[in-house]
Design a protein around this ligand. Structure first.
Ligand SMILES: Nc1ncnc2c1ncn2[C@@H]1O[C@H](COP(=O)(O)OP(=O)(O)OP(=O)(O)O)[C@@H](O)[C@H]1O
Length: 263
């Protein structure tokens, strides 16, 4: 059974069944992904449908094993789906084979990870421009300069990651993710390794790049305060989206998650 709420955004705009409208960053239609775990097949995604509008910030929450990472991996083209369709910026990535899927990710998708994943031997600046050198996208110096200023790392560009605080490293990683002007940025627990103040600042900056620059962010998190920074939170359980909460408070989200522990 797929939740009516998870279907609703799919049909909210005319023409979204083709995923080619310019208002949609990512569209998942009835996506299934299973894994064999020895005893049988685990349905990590059991018919997920979701539309992420351009210029929106979506958080994904849910109990452990509910399918959040699998959703992120399938929506970003890191993993293949068993069935269903994944459209990113109008391209059907569910039919792309390697190495085209890897090239697509480099050109069109940005990633932010909990552990920053910066290259330790490169300066902050070289980390930022690395995806541009690997992709077919041309460097837009004004765009990158604007991002660097916005993230407050202009003074740290010649430093290597080990010479930066965790918050600074994550802000470098955010500039790197946005440098190619991707169709979408996927963030996996981006504040999981940060102290409360750095986390708050990082989330506020992520929200700003959505609201001010029209970027699109999908963020997996266990932290209700982090999710409350997003416009909408998709709540997952058992490989499905069971709720879409718009502008929830952190306490609304904590309560919703606690309901899974009680059931
Ligand atoms: N590579 C894999 N091989 C086998 N099973 C997998 C694999 N990846 C995920 N699973 C299973 O699929 C289900 C969903 O996993 P997933 O990692 O997407 O959940 P999650 O919500 O991200 O969990 P967590 O919050 O603990 O990170 C789980 O039952 C998990 O054990």
């Amino acid at each position: 059974m797929s939740s009516p709420l998870s279907r609703e955004p799919v049909s909210a705009l005319p023409g979204t069944d083709t995923g080619t409208d310019t208002e949609t960053a990512v569209l998942l239609s009835e996506v299934h992904r299973g894994y064999s775990d020895g005893d049988g097949l685990v349905a990590a995604l059991a018919g997920v449908s979701l539309r992420v509008p351009r210029g929106s910030f979506l958080a994904v929450m849910g109990p452990s094993g509910s399918g959040k990472s699998t959703l992120l991996n399938c929506a970003s083209g890191l993993d293949a789906v068993d069935s269903g369709r994944v459209m990113v910026g109008g391209t059907d990535i569910s039919t792309l084979k390697e190495p085209n899927r890897t090239q697509f990710r480099r050109d069109r998708v940005g990633f932010v990870f909990q552990a920053y994943n910066l290259v330790s031997t490169l300066t902050a600046e070289d980390n930022i421009t690395l995806p541009l050198r690997l992709s077919d996208r041309r460097m837009d110096p004004e765009w990158v300069r604007g991002l660097v200023e916005r993230m407050g790392i202009g003074e740290r560009l010649r430093h290597r990651p080990a010479e930066l605080s965790g918050g600074q490293q994550q802000r470098v990683a955010i500039v790197r993710a946005l440098a190619t002007r991707p169709d979408i940025v996927f963030a996996d627990e981006p504040t999981g390794a940060l102290d409360a103040e750095s986390a708050r600042r990082t989330l506020a900056l992520l929200r700003d790049v959505v609201d001010d620059l029209g970027q699109t962010v999908v963020m997996v998190t266990h932290d209700p305060r982090a999710a409350a920074t997003a416009h909408t939170t998709a709540v997952m359980a058992g490989g499905q989206i069971v709720d879409l909460m718009r502008q929830p408070s952190a306490s609304d989200l904590a309560e919703r998650l606690a309901s899974f522990e009680q059931s």
